[in-house]
Design a protein around this ligand. Structure first.
Ligand code: DWN
Length: 401
């Protein structure tokens, strides 16, 4: 039980029981899957919050079905991120941008017309093929020191490396940073976008805890990690995407670096708010949500009402499995991703159907497991003419829309 950033001793913050990998949808309900513990630990020395049990990359990405959804919210977020990067000259029309964990290449596709070159690297075979088919050059591999050597030989030094919602998907961030420092020259930038620990804690987002998420980064823990690699933060921006995300802009330390005032401002905020009592409330609220939602869903089911979940999300699988909800209580899961449809959610065995299929036979309630797209999904359902299905929103506290 040691911290994977600074090697100090850690203590257990929250134990969510066991679950299969959250993005490993099953081809049939009979398919047997192993479950693994979901235990969150905290390090008092550097502030790191980490998952205790890390799965190996094979187990995690063998049957990986997360495809970045096409969403107006996400597209607006890409605009916001792109304009922040251009406004501060972190990206220019001469930039070569490399994205780690680029998935089907939606973000690279967004910036491609405005920069000199884009390349992606993603370990999921089917997903990187989809990106290449769409014209986003994508290498199918894990990003580490070894693959960084190959990337440098093939493409040269990127001006900017982006890791959006994937930097925490790695049990040894030092390995990833060795690859980054190998690829970047002294002026190169490393941009990490990740769920922000302060938002996760304040909004009771315990469902963000699953095996892909091996770290829950704060500014404090990120600074400690970067310092080990002679890197530091030069800027930060916050975004509401995915329940509250932080974008860290880092580079190799140099005396001439200009540090944005945002770094000091957000560090102060975090020091004041990410306190032991905030963690205590988070743990208490997690158990409260489990109890309230479990009773609500089982009560509605016993009353004869039909319930579907909306969003075959990784988060949703943590939520369902922690509460113990299965296909006995929930008839279907609705999701717009063709690759997920017709498959079954891990452990709960709930069948995934398309949005069109759900429109033909809507339920009394949707449990909104993609609560990060709440407004977009609710509007879509209402615009399809369905004004009767109600939405049960589990986070930050259980409520009905
Ligand atoms: O870090 C991660 C985040 C960013 O994405 C990953 N490790 C995996 C993934 O987590 P998630 O599965 O919880 O992600 P999303 O992005 O919340 O998934 C939304 C799901 O909802 C997708 O499967 C698509 C679906 N969806 C839908 O059916 N109709 C989404 C929208 C916007 C819709 O209108």
């Amino acid at each position: 039980m040691t911290c994977r950033i600074c090697s100090a001793d850690v203590s257990v913050l929250l134990d969510l029981g066991t679950s299969p990998p959250a993005n490993s949808l099953k081809k049939s309900p009979e398919q047997v899957q192993d479950s693994y513990p979901l235990v969150l630990e905290i390090c008092d020395n550097c502030g790191n919050v980490q998952l205790r049990d890390c799965l190996d990359e094979e187990a995690l990405y063998k049957d990986y079905f997360y495809v970045t959804p096409s969403s107006t919210l996400l597209s607006r977020h890409y605009d916001f991120l792109q304009s922040f990067l251009f406004k501060n000259n972190y990206l220019t029309s001469h930039s070569f941008a490399l994205e780690i964990g680029s998935n089907v290449g939606l973000f690279l596709d967004h910036i491609k017309p405005n920069v000199a070159k884009v390349v992606g690297i993603d370990p999921a075979q089917e997903i990187s093929e989809l990106a290449n088919q769409k014209g986003i050059e994508t290498v199918c591999d894990f990003f580490n020191e070894a693959s960084s050597v190959k990337l440098k030989d093939q493409f040269g030094n990127p001006n900017i490396i982006l890791a959006r919602h994937c930097f925490a998907h790695n049990c040894d961030p030092h390995r990833m940073l060795k690859g980054v420092t190998h690829l970047l020259d002294d002026s190169g930038l490393f941009v990490i976008e990740n769920a922000y620990l302060l938002n996760t804690i304040e909004n009771n987002e315990f469902d963000q805890i699953y095996h892909e998420h091996m770290f829950y980064y704060s500014i404090r823990s990120m600074k400690a990690l970067l310092a080990i690699h002679n890197m530091h933060l030069v800027d930060i921006i916050m975004s509401p995407i995915h329940g509250g995300s932080i974008v860290f802009v880092a580079k190799k330390v140099s005396a001439e670096d200009k540090i944005s005032s945002a770094v000091g401002k957000y560090t102060l905020q975090e020091d004041l708010l990410l306190t032991p009592s905030a963690f205590k409330h988070f743990v208490e609220n997690t158990w409260r949500i489990k109890d309230t939602l479990g009773r609500l869903i089982k009560g509605l089911r016993d009353g004869g009402w039909t319930i579907y979940t909306y969003g075959a999300t990784a988060k949703g699988n943590t939520l369902l499995n922690f509460i113990g909800l299965t296909d006995k209580e929930i008839k279907y899961c609705v999701d717009s991703t063709p690759m997920k449809q017709g498959k079954y959610l891990p452990k709960s065995n709930i069948k995934v159907i398309s949005e069109e299929e759900s429109q033909e036979n809507p339920p009394d309630y949707f449990l909104l497991t993609a609560w990060n797209y709440r407004d977009e999904i609710v509007n879509k359902v209402r615009q399809s003419g369905n004004y009767t299905s109600q939405f049960i929103v589990p986070i930050p506290f259980v409520h009905i829309l």
